[in-house]
Design a protein around this ligand. Structure first.
Ligand code: 7RM
Length: 632
C-alpha cells in the first residue's frame, strides 16, 4: 500500500476517485480483521450518516500489537524520552507493550470497565499513557484523552458531557522545570462528576496526593492483582473508538467521535505513505497524545504499521534549545514531525544550539497544526534537513482523523508553505460564500470535502444535530472544514487559516467564544470580545478587549486577575496575550460586535478599517484605537 512514485500517486488518486469502494477495500486488506465487511461504504452527508467497512469486526490493538509479535516482537514499539535528559530513556518492544497493555486492560476490567464505557485519561507523556489508551481499546472502552494543560473545570465539563465512569491519571507531570499536580486538578474536577466511580493513579513525580478510599487506586498496586492475558474484544467497524474534545466557534468544546475500522485504516495508510516509513526506522512526533496528532501519529498510525515511535515527555527548550537535536542524535531519528510554532521558537535561538549535533539520520521532516511560514519552512529545510529531507506540510483536523492534504515524502515535489496535493481518497473543493464551487486554478475560497474518507468523524458525542450544523449544513452535501485555502496554478493547495472564530495559538485550537465566556466569568467584567492577531512565535496571539471592569487596585492587577480566571476556567493555554480595557465595543445597531474592526485594530492596521457606517457609535472606535496604541 506504499506509494513510491509520483506516477503511482496519480494512478492511485484516479482510482480512489473513480472507484472509492474498491480502492479502500484493497487498502483495508492490509489490516487484520476478525470478520470481513459486506459493504465498504454507505453515506449521506445530509444526516450525516457515514459507515465504512460495514459488518466487519476487528480490534485495533490486534493490529497495533498482536500481529507484529511473531516477526517483530523484539522490535522497539515505543522509545520513551523523559523530561529530564539525565534520566534513562525506556524502550518497550512490541512484546513488552503487548504484555503491559493486556495487563492494564485487566486492571480496567477489575475496576468495573466494560465495552462501551467512557474512560477519561489525564496523564503526562509517559509510556503508561499509550498503554492506557491501548488498554481501553483492547476491552472496547471509549477513551477520552484530555491534554494535561486543561483546568479542573474543563475536565469536569468533558467528563460530564460523555459520562465517564473511570479516570486514569498520575500524581503529577513534569514540563521543563515545572511540575503540574495532575491528581490535584482531577480531585477538583471530580467534585462535580457524579458518574466517575474509580480513579486509577500512576506514580510518576511522587508528589503527595489525596487518595480517596473506595474511589482512588494506585496503578502500581492494581497491576499486581491481574495477569497479562487479555483477549481483544471483538468490535464492530463502526463501534466508537474514542472521543476527543475540540474547540469550535461556539462556546462549548465538541466531543469528536471516531470509530474503530475506518479510523484504523486511515491512520495506518496515511502514516506509512505520507512519511514514507521504512521498516526499522525511528519516527519522532513531538505532539502530545492529548491532541489528535498524538492519537493518530504517535499511537495508532505508527503502531499499526509496526513502526518505532518516540514518545517525548518534555518541551523543546528544556534544559535548553538543543533538546530536539539531542534526541534526534541519541535515538537516530529518521523522521521528525513537529509544529511550526516549535520551529519558530527554536529558530529564535539562532544556530548555536545546533552546533556539533549529528542530524544525519534525518530523512523526512513533517509539519502540522498551523500554516508554516516560508521563513520557518526554509530554516527547517536547510538547518535541520540539510536540504536533503523532504518536508511534508500536513493539513488535517481533529475531525478528519488523519492527514488529508500533504506531500507524500520522496514522491510529491514540495513547495514552501504549501500542503500541496490531496491524498488518495480525498476530494477537496473550494467554494464561495454561497457554496458555489470555484473551479480552475489560481483561485481561493473556503475549503470543503465532497466525498467521505474512512477517518472522518461520525458524530459529536451526545449531540448529533451539532455535528450536522457545524460541519454539514453550511454548504449542502459538503463537509466544511472552517479553513480558507488557495489553489495555485499547479493545482497545489495552500491553507491560509481559519475563516471562523477559531484561533490557532501555538498549534492549539481555541474558540474566541470560549475565551470570552471565561473572561466574562471574572467578577466585575461586563463584556468582552476576543480576536487573534499575528504573533511571531505562536502564529496567533489572543487579544482581549474588555469593557472597563470594576477594579481592585491597579489596572495591571485586574488584568492578572482576569488571566487567573481564564486559567481556572479553561487552562493556561487560553490566557490572552494582550488585554485592553475599553469603555465600549464596536457594535452594529442590532447589537452584534464587529470583530472585523477589532481584528484590524489588534493587527495594528488601523488605517483601513473599512466600512464603519453601520456602527451604533463610531466614536468608540477612535477611543479603542488610541488605547490600543498605548498598549505594549
Ligand atoms: C492536526 C490538527 C485543525 C486546524 C485546521 C487548520 C490548522 C492544521 C495545518 C493547518 C495550515 C497545516 N488538528 N492546520 N494543519 N493549517 N497548514 N499543515 O492540528 O483540530 O487541532 O486543528 O489547524 O486551521 O483547521 S486540530
Amino acid at each position: 500500500m506504499q506509494i513510491t512514485s509520483f506516477k503511482q500517486y496519480e494512478e492511485d488518486y484516479k482510482k480512489s476517485i473513480e472507484n472509492p469502494e474498491q480502492f479502500w477495500g484493497e487498502v483495508a486488506q492490509n489490516f487484520q480483521w476478525k470478520k470481513p465487511w459486506f459493504k465498504v461504504l454507505s453515506w449521506n452527508f445530509n444526516e450525516p450518516d457515514i459507515k465504512w467497512f460495514e459488518g466487519a469486526k476487528l480490534n485495533i490493538t490486534e493490529n497495533c500489537l498482536d500481529r507484529h509479535l511473531e516477526k517483530n516482537g523484539d522490535k522497539p514499539a515505543i522509545i520513551w524520552e523523559p523530561n529530564n535528559p539525565e534520566e534513562e530513556s525506556v524502550t518497550l518492544t512490541y512484546k513488552m507493550l503487548h504484555e503491559r497493555v493486556c495487563r492494564f486492560a485487566n486492571v480496567l476490567k477489575r475496576n468495573g470497565a466494560k465495552k462501551g464505557d467512557r474512560i477519561c485519561i489525564y496523564m503526562p507523556m509517559v509510556p503508561e499513557l499509550a498503554i492506557a489508551v491501548l488498554a481501553c481499546a483492547r476491552i472496547g472502552a471509549v477513551h477520552s484523552v484530555i491534554f494535561g494543560g486543561f483546568s479542573a473545570k474543563s475536565i469536569a465539563d468533558r467528563i460530564n458531557d460523555s459520562q465517564c465512569k473511570l479516570v486514569i491519571t498520575a500524581d503529577g507531570a513534569y514540563r521543563g522545570n515545572k511540575q503540574i499536580p495532575l491528581k490535584d486538578v482531577i480531585d477538583d474536577a471530580l467534585i462535580g462528576c457524579p458518574t466517575v466511580e474509580k480513579c486509577i493513579v500512576l506514580t510518576h513525580v511522587r508528589t503527595p496526593v489525596s487518595m480517596l478510599k473506595g474511589r482512588d487506586v494506585w496503578w502500581e498496586d492494581e497491576v499486581k492483582h491481574v495477569n497479562d492475558i487479555c483477549e481483544a474484544e471483538e468490535m464492530d467497524a463502526e463501534d466508537m473508538l474514542f472521543i476527543l474534545y475540540t474547540s469550535g466557534s461556539t462556546g462549548k468544546p465538541k466531543g469528536v467521535v471516531h470509530t474503530c475500522g475506518g479510523y484504523m485504516v486511515y491512520a495506518g495508510y496515511t502514516f506509512t505513505n505520507v512519511f514514507n516509513y521504512q521498516p526499522g526506522e525511528v519516527y519522532f512526533c513531538t505532539a502530545d497524545i492529548g491532541w489528535i496528532t498524538g492519537h493518530s501519529y504517535i499511537v495508532y498510525g505508527p503502531l499499526s504499521q509496526g513502526a518505532t515511535s518516540v514518545l517525548f515527555e518534555g518541551i523543546p527548550t528544556y534544559p535548553n534549545a538543543s533538546r530536539f537535536w539531542d534526541i534526534v542524535e541519541k535515538h537516530k531519528v529518521n523522521t521528525l514531525y513537529t509544529a511550526p510554532t516549535a520551529i519558530r521558537s527554536l529558530m529564535s535561538f539562532g544556530e548555536e544550539p545546533l552546533q556539533g549535533k549529528d542530524l544525519s539520520s534525518i530523512r523526512v521532516l513533517g509539519s502540522v497544526g498551523e500554516p508554516i511560514n516560508e521563513e520557518a519552512w526554509h530554516w527547517f529545510d536547510e538547518k535541520i534537513g540539510h536540504g536533503k529531507a523532504p518536508i511534508v506540510d500536513t493539513w488535517w483536523q481533529t475531525e478528519t482523523g488523519g492527514i488529508m492534504i500533504s506531500p507524500i515524502a520522496t514522491v510529491t515535489p514540495t513547495k514552501p508553505s504549501y500542503a500541496t496535493l490531496p491524498l488518495p481518497g480525498i476530494q477537496p473543493i473550494l467554494v464561495d460564500e454561497n457554496g458555489k464551487e470555484i473551479e480552475g486554478n489560481g483561485v481561493s475560497g473556503n475549503l470543503c470535502i465532497k466525498f467521505p474518507w474512512p477517518g472522518m468523524l461520525r458524530t459529536t458525542y451526545g449531540d448529533h444535530e451539532r455535528c450536522k450544523q457545524t460541519y454539514f449544513s453550511t454548504y449542502e452535501n459538503l463537509y466544511f472544514t472552517g479553513d480558507g485555502c488557495l489553489r495555485d496554478e499547479d493545482g497545489y493547495y495552500r491553507i491560509t487559516g481559519r475563516v471562523d472564530d477559531v484561533l490557532n495559538v501555538s498549534g492549539h485550537r481555541i474558540g474566541t467564544a470560549e475565551v470570552e465566556n471565561a473572561i466574562n466569568m471574572h467578577a466585575g467584567v461586563v463584556e468582552s470580545a476576543v480576536v487573534g492577531y499575528p504573533h511571531d512565535v505562536k502564529g496567533q496571539g489572543i487579544y482581549a478587549f474588555v469593557i472597563n471592569p470594576e477594579m481592585h487596585g491597579e489596572a495591571e492587577l485586574t488584568k492578572k486577575d482576569i488571566l487567573q480566571t481564564v486559567t481556572r476556567v479553561i487552562g493556561a493555554i487560553a490566557k490572552p496575550d494582550k488585554i485592553l480595557f475599553v469603555s465600549g465595543l464596536p457594535k452594529t445597531r442590532s447589537g452584534k460586535i464587529m470583530r472585523r474592526i477589532l481584528r484590524k485594530i489588534a493587527e495594528g492596521d488601523t488605517a483601513n478599517l473599512g466600512d464603519t457606517s453601520t456602527l451604533l457609535d463610531p466614536g468608540v472606535v477612535e477611543e479603542i484605537i488610541a488605547a490600543s496604541k498605548a498598549l505594549k
